[in-house]
Design a protein around this ligand. Sequence first.
Ligand code: ZN
Ligand code: ZN
Length: 132
Amino acid sequence: MGTGYTYQCKNCLRMGSLTFGAGMLWYDYENVKSALHWQFRRQLEEFEKVNGYSSKEYSLNLYTCPKCKTIHSRFWLRATSQDGKIFETIFKCPKCKRKLEEVDEEEFDNKNYACQNCGQFEIEYITESTWD
Ligand SMILES: [Zn+2]
Ligand SMILES: [Zn+2]
């Protein structure tokens, strides 16, 4: 199950979308690979070349920047090799270059997060959708 939101900033009117969870789409590993940023895809291929087959966990997660409090959806993946080595995607804020921190979907409240464009805490939801 996944949930998607479209939002708009009341201050600068910039629109955006956020997605949580993992839908049916991700049961196909080819889709998973194409959802990864190309740099992560290359790192993962390299990791598997060195460490052999790995088991994988992945989902669309929400992240926030500890400095500017902007909110981002990112496709997270962790691969664990047979001998316990781990490859995990790590994300940085495009503005501050700080490491993004994961946000628990249960605790998510749009009032606590800032617009990626203007930095104001004026995010308002427009639509919500779910998929399998
Ligand atoms: Zn930031
Ligand atoms: Zn804004």
